[in-house]
Design a protein around this ligand. Sequence first.
Ligand code: ATP
Length: 290
Amino acid sequence: MIELQNVSKYYFSLRALHNVSLAVKRGEVVGLLGPNGAGKTTLFKLIAGLLHPDSGNIRPTNGRWPTIGYKPDRLLFPNHLRITEYLAMIAGLANLPAEAQEKAVFDALVQVDLVSHANKRIGDCSKGMRQRLGLAQAMLGNPALLLLDEPSNGLDPNGQAEMQALIKKLHAAGKTILLSSHQLEEVTAVCTQLIILNNGQVHYQNSMVDALTISPHTLIQADRDLADIAHIIQAQHPEIQVQGNQIQLRGQAMPLRREILAILLQSQYDVLHVEQKHVTLAEIYARAVK
Ligand code: ATP
C-alpha cells in the first residue's frame, strides 16, 4: 500500500530517522515498536503528509495514494465541544460531502462504541473515551489506511482489551493499520507484521508469525547437575548445550529429544520438565534495541 525507501528526517541537526525503508502492505496490521525517541511519531507524520522527508521517498505501492486516517499520539481536543459536534466539525474539515457527514459521524461512533456518549462534553470524557474519540476521528470517511500512534496509551487493562478488540475488528473489516505501541502483548495480539525502530533506524522487520517461530528450542530439566554425563549428551550433536541441570536442544538437534531423555533415564536421572520454547517478542525487542 505504501513504501518508504531510504527515508531520512532531521529536526535541525537532530537526526530523527535515518535511511528507513519499509513497506506497509494492504490488509496487514503493522506494529511499530521502539523506545521513546526512536522516531515512531516522526514516521507517522511523514506517512500522513504532515512532514516531508529530507531525503528518500514515500510512495504508494500501486501509484495511487490510499485515503489515510491518523490518530496522533497527543490528543488535543476542544474540551468545550460535545463528541458529535467535534466529529461533525472534523467531517467538514475532511471535505466529506455535506449529505454524508451525519452518517459518517454516526458510523464512526458505532465503530468505537461511543454512541451512548455522543452528547458528552469532551472535557468530561475519560481517557479511554478520548482515545476512542481519537480513533473515531481517524475513521471518519472510512479511510483504507489507519495510522494509530499509541492507541492504548493511558488506558487501563479493560480499556486496552477493548482497544485490541476494536483493532482486530477493523482488521477483519479489511483495514490496513500501522500502529505504534509500547505494549508488547498488544502488538503480539493484534499485529501481523513487526517493525522495531531504534535511534531512527529499522533494527528489525519481519512477519509476526515468522518472528515468533524462529529459533525454537527444547529445554529439558533434570533433577540434578548433569556434569557427570554432559560429555555424553553433548557428543550427540553440536547444537546441544548442557548447563547445570538443564539441556538445550536447538535446530537440527531438536528431533534427538527422545534419545536425550533415554540417556538421562538410563543414567538414573529423573526428568523434571520438558518444554518446547519459542522466542518471545520481549526477547526480539531486547535484542533489537540493545
Ligand atoms: P515516543 O515513544 O516517546 O513517542 P517516538 O519514537 O515517537 O517517541 P519521535 O517523537 O518521532 O519519537 O522523536 C524522534 C526524535 O526527534 C526525538 O529525539 C525527539 O526529541 C525529536 N523530535 C521530535 N519532534 C521534534 C520537533 N518538532 N523538533 C525537534 N525535535 C523533535
